[in-house]
Design a protein around this ligand. Structure first.
Ligand SMILES: [Ca+2]
Length: 199
């Protein structure tokens, strides 16, 4: 084989390798919705249990960055649903944090994934409400202030399209909280995102 032929063969082989790498790295087609959430909109609810009744007071704490959602994104590939939450700040040394990610489809079908982190559990635990055997995966990235939840689409029987909403709670005492912080999206957490189609 001449030098030129060897070089040509090497270039061709490299091209095949790059094509294979590209095929592996390029995800299957997914439909994606990505939206911002207002910042400075975390609310604190305090319980006062003195006396015979418990009173509840809620106020805005606009300077609080911890747990303040700033973006949310849903990507729906044929076989998996990926939800990504961006925060202003997500500290490793925080209280108990519960994320409740709701999914709605087919008119009145509804399910939710919970992701809980806290002292001694910084990597977190996640669970699909309707099916504890569903292999939900998640990642809590404190460095990038981001949480990711990935749900196999089969766990929801692969709906054609779905909508999303999320709430984030944090408190100090898991069993008997005297207060909690809360942020929700979209808006006050009673609406749903626009539809995201199955990719
Ligand atoms: Ca927010």
């Amino acid at each position: 084989m001449t030098t030129r032929a060897r070089n040509s063969a090497a270039v061709a082989a490299l091209g095949i390798v790059l094509a294979l790498v590209g095929a592996v790295l390029t995800p299957a087609h997914a439909d994606t919705g990505a939206w911002p959430d207002r910042t400075g909109d975390v609310r604190r609810t305090t319980f006062d249990g003195s006396g015979d009744t418990t009173t509840q007071t809620t106020s805005l704490v606009p300077k609080r960055k911890q747990g303040d959602l700033r973006s949310y994104r849903v990507s729906y590939a044929p076989e998996r649903i990926r939800m990504t939450l961006g925060f202003r700040d997500l500290r490793r040394k925080a209280g108990h944090v519960w994320v409740v990610a709701g999914l709605r489809w087919g008119g009145d079908r509804f399910d939710e994934v919970t992701l809980e982190t806290g002292p001694g559990n910084r990597r977190g635990r996640s669970l699909l409400e309707s099916d504890p055997t569903c292999a939900v995966q998640h990642r809590v990235d404190y460095g990038r202030n981001r949480m990711t939840i990935v749900l196999p689409a089969r766990c929801l029987e692969r709906p054609d399209r779905l909508r999303f909403r999320v709430s984030v709670h944090e408190t100090d005492d898991r069993e008997d909280p005297s207060y909690f912080f809360k942020d929700t999206a979209p808006g006050a957490g009673k609406r749903w995102s626009p539809h995201v189609d199955r990719g």
